[in-house]
Design a protein around this ligand. Structure first.
Ligand SMILES: NC(=O)c1ccc[n+]([C@@H]2O[C@H](COP(=O)([O-])OP(=O)(O)OC[C@H]3O[C@@H](n4cnc5c(N)ncnc54)[C@H](O)[C@@H]3O)[C@@H](O)[C@H]2O)c1
Length: 439
């Protein structure tokens, strides 16, 4: 039976490579797909993840306990670290990391390794779709040659496309199924087959003319966010010097029913996307001799935010006749955004390190992150401290980095002696406000 028939009647086996924030929910979306009963076969290099998944455990806490268990109780689900089994999948969806190297250059080593593994078992009739965020032409330049080297022809023997993941972990209003899915093929047949597959699992598929359009659209979305966040961060600094509250200004501007979309300031960029993806385009643009001034300017403004917050903290302590050196500072929130445990690229790490560098004694609390683990740039070896009225009162300053819903902001306001608020978390509290500084 050909691949399109297998997709149509739901007998195709869907392989997902890279079972993280993107790959695991994608696997679930195909496991749930109607009317088909697709088999889902997950691949990851991390044996702990594979072991956890196969016994029904879930390391993505925001999806809840039953998310993997329900899948693992069926015959149609399996996770493996054995990449020789890639040939069992009819469609292979690639969701591996695409980080930056030390000089802000794209690190495509994970995509390359995966492409090599797929090439080793590629067989006629397979569809491969790259979902990892990357610069335009990655699918064509990195994946296609490896596959065609096997003597198979794209669009005829196998199919290849790109479909960006637009997952926003922790967002309740949307899921993998409800976020429209862009799909672009390396050729006409690949685009058609890939779109047919995603239509089974996702409510709306938007087919574009090429893999390159889909790759570039994803970057545009993230660059748009990075640039607008930089704009509002710059406005924050300027308006603060004029004693005008940026949060009230953004909310006021947001009442315009058209032509304006609200972005909010913060202590710096975090997550696997916004601090990283724009530089994929910057790097690729050099190949065609094009500058990316907006992207780089936005990067400069956003990267300056942790220093700005640290300086605001130092100034606030200074006003109370305290030096940063020797001050006890509690950072609230280690995750880069509310209500998730994702700490990748979180500005909280930079804040902690910079404050420590100035001689402060720093603790953190995060209900979602009980302890730090070794990361690419940081190894803080810290544990989340308890939060109580007495504990809060013991710090010279409480620095709010992430506005988790679990926090009792009134308790923080009532018991902290000084609060530096980067998230407008203090907006609803009552009582005295002289000890609250926005940053
Ligand atoms: N997290 C998001 O919100 C988000 C949103 C949209 C797009 N993306 C993009 O999706 C891609 C994946 O991001 P993520 O957040 O899921 O990352 P992640 O780190 O949560 O997951 C990646 C997984 O891939 C595994 N892995 C690493 N190398 C591998 C290999 N060679 N073969 C198989 N598995 C391998 C890792 O063990 C990990 O489980 C990235 O390109 C990212 O930019 C992420």
């Amino acid at each position: 039976m050909d691949l399109e028939s297998k997709i149509e009647n739901g007998t195709a086996v869907i392989g997902v490579v890279g079972l993280g924030y993107v790959g695991l929910p994608l696997m679930r979306a195909f496991w749930e797909a109607k009317p088909g009963a697709f088999g889902v076969l997950g691949f990851d290099v991390d044996p702990t993840k594979i072991e956890t998944l196969n016994r029904g455990g879930n390391y993505l806490k925001h999806f809840g306990e039953s998310f993997v268990r329900e899948m693992s109780e069926t015959e149609r689900f399996e996770a493996t670290a054995d990449f020789a089994r890639l040939g069992e999948a009819d469609a292979i969806l690639v969701c591996v990391p695409t980080p930056l190297g030390t000089h802000l250059e794209p690190d495509l080593s994970y995509v390359e390794q995966t492409a090599d593994a797929i090439a080793a078992t590629l067989r006629p009739g397979q569809l491969v779709v790259l979902e990892s965020t990357t610069y335009p032409r990655t699918t064509r330049e990195i994946m296609l040659p490896r596959f065609e080297a096997r003597g198979l022809k794209c669009g005829k023997d196998f199919f290849l496309g790109y479909s960006p993941e637009r997952e926003d972990p922790g967002r309740k209003s949307h899921s993998t199924q409800t976020i429209p899915k862009l799909v672009g093929g390396i050729d006409e047949a690949s685009g058609r087959v890939a779109a047919a597959l995603y239509r089974k699992a996702v409510r709306e598929v938007v087919r574009v003319s090429s893999a390159e359009v889909a790759e570039a659209a994803k970057l545009l979305e993230n660059i748009y966010r990075a640039v607008n966040i930089a704009l509002v961060n710059e406005m924050k600094v300027v308006l603060s010097a004029m004693d005008i509250d940026i949060w009230e200004v953004v909310n006021a501007a947001s009442t315009k029913p058209f032509g304006y979309q609200a972005f909010y300031p913060g202590p710096g960029l975090g997550g696997h996307c916004i601090p990283i993806d724009p530089f994929y385009l910057t790097w690729k643009a050099r190949e065609v001799g094009m500058p990316t001034r907006f992207i780089e300017l936005a990067g400069q403004v956003n990267h300056a935010m942790p220093d700005y917050v640290v300086q605001r903290t130092a100034d606030a302590l200074n006003l109370r006749s305290k030096a940063v050196r020797g001050s006890r500072i509690l950072v609230l929130g280690l995750a880069y955004k509310p209500d998730v445990d994702d700490v990748r690229e979180s500005p909280s790490f930079e804040l902690i390190e910079k404050l420590r560098h100035r001689g402060a004694e720093v603790d953190y609390n995060d209900p979602h992150v009980p302890a730090t683990h070794k990361m690419r740039n940081y190894d803080l070896e810290m544990q989340s401290v308890g939060l109580s009225p007495e504990a809060l009162g013991g710090y010279d300053c409480v620095l709010i980095a992430t506005n988790h819903a679990a926090y009792d902001w009134q308790m923080v306001a009532d018991h902290a002696t000084l609060i530096v608020d980067t998230r407008n978390a203090m907006k609803g509290v009552t009582g005295k406000r002289e000890h609250i500084v926005s940053a």
